[in-house]
Design a protein around this ligand. Structure first.
Ligand code: AMP
Length: 420
Protein backbone atom coordinates (compact mmCIF):
# COMPACT_ATOMS: atom_id res chain seq x y z
CA UNK A 1 0.00 0.00 0.00
CA UNK A 2 1.21 3.46 -0.81
CA UNK A 3 1.86 5.64 2.24
CA UNK A 4 0.47 9.10 1.66
CA UNK A 5 1.96 12.23 3.16
CA UNK A 6 0.89 15.85 3.01
CA UNK A 7 2.35 17.38 -0.19
CA UNK A 8 5.73 19.14 0.12
CA UNK A 9 5.37 22.65 1.55
CA UNK A 10 1.96 21.96 3.13
CA UNK A 11 1.14 20.90 6.66
CA UNK A 12 -1.70 19.59 8.77
CA UNK A 13 -2.79 21.95 11.51
CA UNK A 14 -3.90 20.36 14.78
CA UNK A 15 -3.39 20.47 18.54
CA UNK A 16 -1.88 23.62 20.00
CA UNK A 17 -1.26 25.13 16.57
CA UNK A 18 -4.96 24.87 15.67
CA UNK A 19 -5.87 26.59 18.95
CA UNK A 20 -3.26 29.28 18.38
CA UNK A 21 -4.54 29.91 14.86
CA UNK A 22 -8.07 30.26 16.20
CA UNK A 23 -6.89 32.78 18.81
CA UNK A 24 -4.94 34.71 16.15
CA UNK A 25 -8.05 34.77 13.97
CA UNK A 26 -10.18 36.07 16.85
CA UNK A 27 -7.74 38.79 17.87
CA UNK A 28 -7.16 40.05 14.34
CA UNK A 29 -10.85 40.00 13.44
CA UNK A 30 -11.58 42.07 16.52
CA UNK A 31 -8.93 44.57 15.47
CA UNK A 32 -10.12 44.70 11.84
CA UNK A 33 -13.68 45.31 12.99
CA UNK A 34 -12.62 48.03 15.42
CA UNK A 35 -11.10 49.83 12.43
CA UNK A 36 -14.35 49.29 10.49
CA UNK A 37 -12.86 46.90 7.91
CA UNK A 38 -15.59 44.62 6.51
CA UNK A 39 -14.94 40.99 5.63
CA UNK A 40 -14.92 39.77 2.02
CA UNK A 41 -14.43 36.09 1.24
CA UNK A 42 -13.23 35.49 -2.29
CA UNK A 43 -12.73 32.17 -4.14
CA UNK A 44 -9.53 30.22 -3.69
CA UNK A 45 -9.01 30.14 -7.47
CA UNK A 46 -9.42 32.88 -10.05
CA UNK A 47 -8.73 33.53 -13.74
CA UNK A 48 -4.95 33.32 -14.03
CA UNK A 49 -4.83 36.65 -15.87
CA UNK A 50 -6.14 38.47 -12.81
CA UNK A 51 -2.89 37.63 -11.03
CA UNK A 52 -0.56 38.02 -14.01
CA UNK A 53 -2.02 41.42 -14.73
CA UNK A 54 -1.95 42.73 -11.16
CA UNK A 55 1.14 41.16 -9.61
CA UNK A 56 3.28 41.66 -12.73
CA UNK A 57 4.76 39.41 -15.45
CA UNK A 58 8.33 39.65 -14.25
CA UNK A 59 7.74 38.97 -10.56
CA UNK A 60 8.80 35.75 -8.82
CA UNK A 61 5.17 34.91 -8.08
CA UNK A 62 4.05 35.05 -11.71
CA UNK A 63 7.28 33.76 -13.25
CA UNK A 64 7.70 30.67 -11.15
CA UNK A 65 5.37 30.30 -8.17
CA UNK A 66 1.76 30.11 -9.32
CA UNK A 67 -0.28 26.93 -9.28
CA UNK A 68 -1.93 27.18 -12.69
CA UNK A 69 -4.38 24.62 -14.05
CA UNK A 70 -7.08 24.20 -16.65
CA UNK A 71 -10.57 23.15 -15.65
CA UNK A 72 -12.62 20.68 -17.71
CA UNK A 73 -13.82 23.44 -20.02
CA UNK A 74 -10.29 24.63 -20.69
CA UNK A 75 -10.48 27.78 -18.51
CA UNK A 76 -7.04 28.77 -17.29
CA UNK A 77 -7.22 29.24 -13.53
CA UNK A 78 -4.73 29.77 -10.73
CA UNK A 79 -4.84 29.07 -6.99
CA UNK A 80 -4.62 32.50 -5.41
CA UNK A 81 -1.05 33.43 -4.46
CA UNK A 82 -2.21 36.51 -2.52
CA UNK A 83 -5.41 38.31 -1.56
CA UNK A 84 -5.32 41.86 -2.94
CA UNK A 85 -6.01 41.04 -6.62
CA UNK A 86 -9.12 39.03 -5.72
CA UNK A 87 -10.39 41.70 -3.37
CA UNK A 88 -9.96 44.38 -6.04
CA UNK A 89 -11.74 42.12 -8.55
CA UNK A 90 -14.64 41.75 -6.09
CA UNK A 91 -14.67 45.51 -5.45
CA UNK A 92 -15.11 46.20 -9.15
CA UNK A 93 -17.53 43.32 -9.77
CA UNK A 94 -19.92 44.33 -6.97
CA UNK A 95 -19.56 48.12 -7.35
CA UNK A 96 -18.44 48.48 -3.75
CA UNK A 97 -17.53 52.08 -4.59
CA UNK A 98 -21.30 52.78 -4.73
CA UNK A 99 -22.49 50.63 -1.87
CA UNK A 100 -19.74 51.07 0.71
CA UNK A 101 -19.33 54.63 2.04
CA UNK A 102 -15.78 53.82 3.15
CA UNK A 103 -13.88 51.19 1.17
CA UNK A 104 -12.36 49.25 4.05
CA UNK A 105 -12.21 45.47 3.74
CA UNK A 106 -10.43 42.51 5.24
CA UNK A 107 -9.92 38.90 4.20
CA UNK A 108 -8.33 35.79 5.56
CA UNK A 109 -7.52 32.45 4.01
CA UNK A 110 -5.08 30.10 2.35
CA UNK A 111 -2.64 31.26 -0.33
CA UNK A 112 -0.53 29.09 -2.63
CA UNK A 113 2.97 29.68 -3.98
CA UNK A 114 5.35 27.13 -5.44
CA UNK A 115 8.33 28.25 -3.35
CA UNK A 116 11.25 26.30 -1.93
CA UNK A 117 9.90 25.26 1.47
CA UNK A 118 11.80 26.21 4.63
CA UNK A 119 10.91 27.40 8.14
CA UNK A 120 8.37 30.19 7.68
CA UNK A 121 7.99 29.58 3.95
CA UNK A 122 5.41 27.13 2.65
CA UNK A 123 3.55 26.29 -0.52
CA UNK A 124 0.21 26.58 1.21
CA UNK A 125 0.06 29.26 3.89
CA UNK A 126 -2.54 31.56 5.45
CA UNK A 127 -2.76 35.30 5.25
CA UNK A 128 -5.01 37.86 6.89
CA UNK A 129 -5.08 41.21 5.21
CA UNK A 130 -6.80 44.56 5.12
CA UNK A 131 -7.36 46.86 2.16
CA UNK A 132 -8.40 50.52 2.26
CA UNK A 133 -9.77 51.42 -1.16
CA UNK A 134 -10.60 54.87 -2.47
CA UNK A 135 -8.64 56.95 0.01
CA UNK A 136 -5.63 58.74 -1.55
CA UNK A 137 -4.68 60.49 1.68
CA UNK A 138 -1.65 59.59 3.82
CA UNK A 139 -4.11 58.92 6.67
CA UNK A 140 -5.09 55.68 4.96
CA UNK A 141 -1.43 54.55 4.73
CA UNK A 142 -0.90 55.38 8.39
CA UNK A 143 -4.10 53.62 9.47
CA UNK A 144 -3.11 50.48 7.56
CA UNK A 145 0.38 50.41 9.09
CA UNK A 146 -0.98 51.07 12.56
CA UNK A 147 -3.70 48.40 12.24
CA UNK A 148 -1.06 45.83 11.22
CA UNK A 149 1.25 46.69 14.07
CA UNK A 150 -1.63 46.80 16.57
CA UNK A 151 -2.52 43.21 15.66
CA UNK A 152 1.08 42.06 16.12
CA UNK A 153 1.28 43.84 19.46
CA UNK A 154 -2.06 42.41 20.59
CA UNK A 155 -0.55 38.97 19.96
CA UNK A 156 2.21 39.85 22.39
CA UNK A 157 4.97 40.18 19.76
CA UNK A 158 7.33 42.75 21.19
CA UNK A 159 10.39 42.81 18.94
CA UNK A 160 8.78 44.18 15.79
CA UNK A 161 10.42 46.67 13.44
CA UNK A 162 8.52 48.60 10.82
CA UNK A 163 10.54 49.12 7.61
CA UNK A 164 9.20 51.93 5.48
CA UNK A 165 9.96 53.22 1.98
CA UNK A 166 8.31 55.08 -0.86
CA UNK A 167 8.40 53.82 -4.44
CA UNK A 168 6.96 57.08 -5.81
CA UNK A 169 4.40 57.35 -8.59
CA UNK A 170 4.73 56.27 -12.22
CA UNK A 171 6.31 59.57 -13.22
CA UNK A 172 9.00 59.87 -10.56
CA UNK A 173 9.71 56.16 -10.57
CA UNK A 174 10.72 56.36 -14.25
CA UNK A 175 13.66 58.59 -13.28
CA UNK A 176 14.62 56.20 -10.49
CA UNK A 177 14.47 53.21 -12.84
CA UNK A 178 16.78 55.01 -15.26
CA UNK A 179 19.27 55.78 -12.48
CA UNK A 180 19.13 52.15 -11.32
CA UNK A 181 19.69 50.77 -14.83
CA UNK A 182 22.76 53.02 -15.20
CA UNK A 183 24.05 52.02 -11.77
CA UNK A 184 23.51 48.26 -12.13
CA UNK A 185 24.89 48.23 -15.70
CA UNK A 186 28.25 49.33 -14.28
CA UNK A 187 28.45 46.16 -12.15
CA UNK A 188 30.08 43.25 -13.98
CA UNK A 189 29.17 40.01 -12.34
CA UNK A 190 25.42 40.26 -11.68
CA UNK A 191 23.63 36.98 -10.96
CA UNK A 192 21.45 35.43 -13.64
CA UNK A 193 18.14 36.70 -12.19
CA UNK A 194 19.52 40.25 -11.89
CA UNK A 195 20.81 40.25 -15.48
CA UNK A 196 17.44 39.09 -16.73
CA UNK A 197 15.53 41.66 -14.69
CA UNK A 198 17.82 44.62 -15.30
CA UNK A 199 15.79 46.03 -18.21
CA UNK A 200 12.32 44.79 -17.26
CA UNK A 201 12.25 45.41 -13.53
CA UNK A 202 15.44 47.01 -12.17
CA UNK A 203 13.83 47.76 -8.78
CA UNK A 204 13.80 44.05 -8.00
CA UNK A 205 17.60 43.98 -8.07
CA UNK A 206 17.53 45.99 -4.85
CA UNK A 207 16.29 43.01 -2.87
CA UNK A 208 18.48 40.38 -4.58
CA UNK A 209 19.96 38.23 -1.80
CA UNK A 210 22.85 36.98 -3.97
CA UNK A 211 24.18 40.31 -5.19
CA UNK A 212 23.33 42.45 -2.14
CA UNK A 213 26.96 42.82 -1.01
CA UNK A 214 28.03 44.20 -4.42
CA UNK A 215 25.57 47.08 -4.25
CA UNK A 216 27.23 49.99 -2.45
CA UNK A 217 25.90 53.56 -2.64
CA UNK A 218 22.92 52.51 -4.73
CA UNK A 219 20.72 55.43 -5.81
CA UNK A 220 17.67 55.81 -3.55
CA UNK A 221 14.08 56.52 -4.47
CA UNK A 222 14.09 59.42 -1.99
CA UNK A 223 16.43 61.34 -4.30
CA UNK A 224 13.96 60.93 -7.15
CA UNK A 225 10.56 61.51 -5.49
CA UNK A 226 8.45 64.23 -7.12
CA UNK A 227 7.16 66.91 -4.76
CA UNK A 228 3.68 65.32 -4.35
CA UNK A 229 5.15 61.91 -3.52
CA UNK A 230 7.67 63.50 -1.20
CA UNK A 231 4.94 65.38 0.69
CA UNK A 232 2.80 62.25 0.86
CA UNK A 233 5.68 60.25 2.31
CA UNK A 234 6.50 62.95 4.86
CA UNK A 235 2.87 63.12 5.94
CA UNK A 236 2.69 59.34 6.41
CA UNK A 237 5.75 59.61 8.65
CA UNK A 238 4.33 62.54 10.60
CA UNK A 239 1.11 60.65 11.21
CA UNK A 240 3.01 57.60 12.43
CA UNK A 241 5.06 59.80 14.74
CA UNK A 242 1.88 61.43 16.07
CA UNK A 243 0.64 57.93 16.96
CA UNK A 244 3.99 57.22 18.66
CA UNK A 245 4.71 54.48 16.17
CA UNK A 246 8.39 53.77 15.60
CA UNK A 247 9.65 52.92 12.13
CA UNK A 248 12.83 53.01 10.11
CA UNK A 249 13.36 54.06 6.51
CA UNK A 250 14.69 51.19 4.39
CA UNK A 251 15.80 52.39 0.94
CA UNK A 252 16.13 48.84 -0.31
CA UNK A 253 12.56 47.84 0.45
CA UNK A 254 10.85 47.35 -2.92
CA UNK A 255 8.45 44.40 -2.34
CA UNK A 256 7.95 41.57 -4.79
CA UNK A 257 4.74 42.75 -6.43
CA UNK A 258 4.53 45.29 -9.24
CA UNK A 259 1.33 47.06 -8.26
CA UNK A 260 2.79 49.13 -5.43
CA UNK A 261 3.05 52.92 -5.68
CA UNK A 262 4.33 55.36 -3.06
CA UNK A 263 4.32 53.84 0.45
CA UNK A 264 5.60 50.30 0.96
CA UNK A 265 6.31 48.68 4.31
CA UNK A 266 7.25 45.46 6.01
CA UNK A 267 6.97 44.56 9.67
CA UNK A 268 9.80 42.24 10.67
CA UNK A 269 10.66 40.31 13.80
CA UNK A 270 14.18 39.23 14.68
CA UNK A 271 12.88 36.18 16.53
CA UNK A 272 11.81 34.06 13.54
CA UNK A 273 15.01 33.50 11.55
CA UNK A 274 15.69 34.41 7.94
CA UNK A 275 12.02 34.61 6.87
CA UNK A 276 11.54 37.59 9.15
CA UNK A 277 8.76 39.54 7.41
CA UNK A 278 5.62 38.94 9.42
CA UNK A 279 3.56 41.36 7.48
CA UNK A 280 3.90 43.51 4.37
CA UNK A 281 1.96 45.96 2.31
CA UNK A 282 1.74 49.30 0.64
CA UNK A 283 -0.18 51.68 -1.57
CA UNK A 284 -1.50 50.69 -4.97
CA UNK A 285 -3.03 53.75 -6.62
CA UNK A 286 -3.41 52.30 -10.13
CA UNK A 287 -4.42 48.70 -9.58
CA UNK A 288 -8.21 49.12 -9.60
CA UNK A 289 -7.99 51.04 -12.88
CA UNK A 290 -5.59 48.48 -14.36
CA UNK A 291 -8.09 45.74 -13.58
CA UNK A 292 -10.91 47.57 -15.37
CA UNK A 293 -12.33 49.81 -12.64
CA UNK A 294 -12.09 53.55 -12.06
CA UNK A 295 -9.14 55.35 -10.54
CA UNK A 296 -9.35 54.20 -6.91
CA UNK A 297 -6.17 54.98 -4.95
CA UNK A 298 -5.75 52.31 -2.29
CA UNK A 299 -3.47 50.84 0.33
CA UNK A 300 -3.34 47.51 2.15
CA UNK A 301 -1.35 44.85 3.95
CA UNK A 302 -1.21 41.10 4.45
CA UNK A 303 0.19 39.23 7.39
CA UNK A 304 1.40 35.66 7.16
CA UNK A 305 -0.33 33.66 9.91
CA UNK A 306 2.33 30.91 10.18
CA UNK A 307 5.20 33.36 10.57
CA UNK A 308 3.23 35.55 12.94
CA UNK A 309 2.50 32.49 15.10
CA UNK A 310 6.20 31.55 15.11
CA UNK A 311 6.99 34.99 16.52
CA UNK A 312 4.01 34.95 18.86
CA UNK A 313 5.01 31.55 20.26
CA UNK A 314 8.40 32.98 21.24
CA UNK A 315 6.48 35.62 23.20
CA UNK A 316 4.35 33.15 25.18
CA UNK A 317 1.24 33.20 22.97
CA UNK A 318 0.83 29.42 23.22
CA UNK A 319 0.85 29.36 27.04
CA UNK A 320 -2.41 28.21 28.56
CA UNK A 321 -4.18 27.68 25.24
CA UNK A 322 -7.24 25.50 25.68
CA UNK A 323 -10.82 25.21 24.56
CA UNK A 324 -12.21 25.29 28.09
CA UNK A 325 -12.48 23.12 31.20
CA UNK A 326 -13.45 19.50 30.77
CA UNK A 327 -16.32 18.10 32.80
CA UNK A 328 -16.19 14.30 32.60
CA UNK A 329 -19.34 12.26 33.15
CA UNK A 330 -18.68 8.89 34.74
CA UNK A 331 -21.07 6.04 35.44
CA UNK A 332 -20.36 3.86 38.49
CA UNK A 333 -23.30 1.66 37.74
CA UNK A 334 -24.09 0.96 34.08
CA UNK A 335 -27.79 0.76 34.95
CA UNK A 336 -27.63 4.55 35.17
CA UNK A 337 -26.04 5.02 31.75
CA UNK A 338 -29.20 6.45 30.16
CA UNK A 339 -29.65 8.90 33.03
CA UNK A 340 -26.03 9.98 32.68
CA UNK A 341 -26.46 10.37 28.92
CA UNK A 342 -29.56 12.55 29.43
CA UNK A 343 -27.65 14.61 32.02
CA UNK A 344 -24.77 15.13 29.62
CA UNK A 345 -27.21 16.40 27.03
CA UNK A 346 -28.82 18.79 29.50
CA UNK A 347 -25.42 20.12 30.41
CA UNK A 348 -24.50 20.58 26.76
CA UNK A 349 -27.62 22.64 26.11
CA UNK A 350 -27.58 24.21 29.59
CA UNK A 351 -31.21 23.19 30.01
CA UNK A 352 -32.85 24.90 33.03
CA UNK A 353 -29.50 26.66 33.59
CA UNK A 354 -28.16 23.43 34.94
CA UNK A 355 -24.51 24.30 34.27
CA UNK A 356 -24.76 27.44 36.37
CA UNK A 357 -26.77 25.69 39.07
CA UNK A 358 -24.03 23.10 39.45
CA UNK A 359 -21.32 25.75 39.47
CA UNK A 360 -19.81 24.97 36.04
CA UNK A 361 -18.91 28.47 34.96
CA UNK A 362 -17.14 29.71 31.85
CA UNK A 363 -16.27 27.55 28.85
CA UNK A 364 -17.02 23.96 29.69
CA UNK A 365 -16.37 20.94 27.52
CA UNK A 366 -18.46 17.88 28.25
CA UNK A 367 -17.04 14.39 27.74
CA UNK A 368 -18.81 11.08 28.39
CA UNK A 369 -20.57 9.03 29.52
CA UNK A 370 -19.09 5.76 28.19
CA UNK A 371 -20.91 2.46 28.53
CA UNK A 372 -17.98 0.19 27.69
CA UNK A 373 -15.52 1.09 30.43
CA UNK A 374 -15.04 0.17 34.06
CA UNK A 375 -15.21 3.01 36.57
CA UNK A 376 -11.44 2.75 36.99
CA UNK A 377 -10.78 3.22 33.30
CA UNK A 378 -13.30 6.08 33.15
CA UNK A 379 -11.29 7.87 35.88
CA UNK A 380 -8.05 7.13 34.03
CA UNK A 381 -9.50 8.66 30.89
CA UNK A 382 -10.73 11.71 32.82
CA UNK A 383 -7.17 12.18 34.12
CA UNK A 384 -5.61 11.78 30.67
CA UNK A 385 -8.02 14.38 29.31
CA UNK A 386 -7.06 16.76 32.10
CA UNK A 387 -10.69 16.98 33.29
CA UNK A 388 -11.20 19.56 36.02
CA UNK A 389 -14.42 17.99 37.34
CA UNK A 390 -16.00 14.55 37.12
CA UNK A 391 -19.70 14.01 37.63
CA UNK A 392 -20.32 10.50 38.96
CA UNK A 393 -23.59 8.61 38.62
CA UNK A 394 -23.65 6.08 41.47
CA UNK A 395 -26.60 3.91 42.42
CA UNK A 396 -26.89 4.80 46.12
CA UNK A 397 -26.67 8.53 45.54
CA UNK A 398 -28.95 8.47 42.52
CA UNK A 399 -31.63 6.55 44.42
CA UNK A 400 -31.54 9.44 46.91
CA UNK A 401 -31.93 12.04 44.12
CA UNK A 402 -28.25 12.99 44.12
CA UNK A 403 -25.12 12.87 41.94
CA UNK A 404 -21.49 13.30 42.97
CA UNK A 405 -19.19 16.03 41.67
CA UNK A 406 -15.50 15.32 42.11
CA UNK A 407 -12.93 18.08 41.84
CA UNK A 408 -10.10 16.37 39.97
CA UNK A 409 -7.48 18.79 41.27
CA UNK A 410 -8.28 18.78 45.01
CA UNK A 411 -9.88 15.28 44.84
CA UNK A 412 -12.73 16.60 46.97
CA UNK A 413 -16.16 15.07 46.36
CA UNK A 414 -19.55 16.57 47.07
CA UNK A 415 -23.08 15.31 46.60
CA UNK A 416 -25.59 17.59 44.87
CA UNK A 417 -29.31 17.24 44.29
CA UNK A 418 -30.25 16.17 40.77
CA UNK A 419 -33.57 15.10 39.33
CA UNK A 420 -33.88 14.11 35.71
P1 AMP B 1 3.39 39.14 0.38
O1 AMP B 1 2.02 38.70 -0.04
O2 AMP B 1 4.48 38.48 -0.41
O3 AMP B 1 3.51 40.61 0.49
O4 AMP B 1 3.61 38.56 1.84
C1 AMP B 1 2.92 39.02 2.97
C2 AMP B 1 3.25 38.11 4.14
O5 AMP B 1 2.79 36.79 3.86
C3 AMP B 1 4.73 37.93 4.40
O6 AMP B 1 5.21 38.96 5.21
C4 AMP B 1 4.78 36.59 5.09
O7 AMP B 1 4.49 36.72 6.46
C5 AMP B 1 3.66 35.83 4.42
N1 AMP B 1 4.17 34.93 3.37
C6 AMP B 1 4.46 35.23 2.08
N2 AMP B 1 4.87 34.13 1.41
C7 AMP B 1 4.82 33.11 2.29
C8 AMP B 1 5.11 31.70 2.22
N3 AMP B 1 5.50 31.12 1.09
N4 AMP B 1 4.96 30.96 3.34
C9 AMP B 1 4.55 31.51 4.50
N5 AMP B 1 4.26 32.82 4.63
C10 AMP B 1 4.39 33.61 3.55
Amino acid sequence: MAVYKAPRGTHDIFGQLALALEKLDMISRKMFKKHNFKEVKTPIFEDVNLFTRSIGESTDIVEKEMYVFEDRKGRKLALRPEGTASLVRAYIEHNFNQTEPVGKFFYSGEMFRYERPQAGRYRQFSQMGAEYLGNPSPNADAEIILAASEILKALGIKDIKIHLNSLGCSSCRAGFRQKLVEYFSSIDDLCEDCRRRLEKNPLRLLDCKIDAAKFQNVPTMQECLCSDCKTHFEQVQNLLKSAECEYEINHKLVRGLDYYTRTVFEIRSASVGSQDALCAGGRYDNLVEELGGMKVPSVGFALGCERVLMAAEKNGFFNGLNDGEIVFIAVADQELFYHAFAFSNKLLTNKDNIADALGFNGNIIIEGPFNDKSLKSQFKLADRLGAKKTVIFGKNEFDNGKIVIKDMVTKEQKEVLYKN
